[in-house]
Design a protein around this ligand. Structure first.
Ligand SMILES: Nc1nc2c(ncn2[C@@H]2O[C@H](COP(=O)(O)OP(=O)(O)OP(=O)(O)O)[C@@H](O)[C@H]2O)c(=O)[nH]1
Ligand SMILES: [Mg+2]
Ligand SMILES: [Zn+2]
Length: 292
């Protein structure tokens, strides 16, 4: 049989098949020797158990995307949440966007707590990210504004919420799913006492599929890359980049750079380009230190 792992506690996993049937499974030791520890979100082939017995995971299908912390596989859409208070961390949003491009994950920018600023943050996001190939949706968990639009955008994709602490992720998740997640949180805390590595759960409700990863605010991003790879993760640079005098161009200090000219004329958001330079600087430093 085939299914998707929605939960993992200790050495036990719960798989759900296409009909919605749930199966408790264990994972053979050979997987661990191969460095393949099952993750929540994994698509698996499995043998169901007989009667009260657990079944077994037989095969983990190749992952389309992986986050290390929280440990979840196969995220298809990332909800990057920002809000007016605490002040929006746009650099974190840009980091997460880069990670989405890297792994082929769809990005949705979600402006929460619309009631606090009357939609001002969403307007800023629409202006700065208009050409960055990311949808912008403004929501308020309290009034329910924007939730239908967000549900439509999520579709049936496996979604993951990310954003700084206090931005309203848990509140939004509860509003979206209608689930009493506090109860879930208590049971997870108990489970965590026995096992600290897996604490994500894939919620499937009302046609939505979304990871509940309470307590995290920062994704741990994937590995080191050369700085030259960064511009490719900025879709708004693509139309101009071919015309830059130097090839490849990092759109930093090179003369004859059409991306920087587009910043001057306002075709590319200056704030986005400034943060791009920050990330480029970080990548350069990390790259130069890579053998130390
Ligand atoms: N005014 C207003 N406050 C909100 C809204 N959504 C959430 N909040 C408040 O924001 C605070 C933080 O919300 P949480 O949902 O706990 O935030 P979180 O992103 O899950 O935070 P961490 O779990 O620490 O990462 C709480 O006090 C919420 O009541 C909203 O739409 N409007
Ligand atoms: Mg939370
Ligand atoms: Zn350039």
């Amino acid at each position: 049989m085939e299914g998707i792992l929605i939960r993992g506690i200790g050495s036990f996993y719960t798989a759900v098949d296409a009909e919605g049937g749930a199966f408790t499974l264990r994972c053979p030791k050979k997987f661990r020797f191969q460095g393949m520890t099952p993750m929540v979100g994994d698509r698996v082939r499995f043998t169901p158990g007989q009667g009260e017995e657990e079944g077994w995971v037989d095969e983990i299908f190749p992952r389309r995307s992986v986050f290390v912390r929280p440990p979840v596989a196969n995220t298809e859409a990332l909800l990057i949440t920002l809000c007016p208070e605490p002040a929006p961390d746009f650099l974190l949003a840009d980091r997460l966007l880069v990670e989405c491009r890297r792994q082929g994950i769809r990005a949705i920018l979600v402006a929460t707590k619309e009631d606090l600023d009357g939609g001002e943050l969403a307007r800023t996001l629409r202006r700065d990210y208009a050409k960055a190939d990311a949808a912008v949706i403004s929501v308020c968990a309290g009034t329910g504004a924007g939730l239908d639009e967000l549900r439509d955008a999520m579709g049936g994709d496996i979604c993951c919420l990310a954003g700084q602490s206090g931005v309203g992720k848990s509140t939004l998740l509860a509003a979206l799913t209608g689930l009493d997640l506090e109860v879930g949180e208590i049971s997870r805390k108990i489970a965590r006492g026995k096992n600290t590595t897996r604490r994500a759960e894939l919620l499937m409700t009302g046609g939505l599929r979304v990871f509940d990863t309470a307590g995290f605010s920062l994704l741990v991003l994937s590995g080191l890359e050369e700085p030259e790879s960064l511009p490719a993760y900025y879709p708004e640079f693509w139309p101009m980049a071919e015309g830059c005098r130097f090839q490849p161009c990092l759109h930093a200090t090179e003369p004859g750079c059409l991306v920087r000219r587009a910043v001057e004329t306002g075709d590319i958001s200056r704030a986005r380009h400034d943060r791009y330079l920050t990330l480029l600087g970080e990548m350069r430093e990390a790259w130069e230190r890579r053998y130390h």
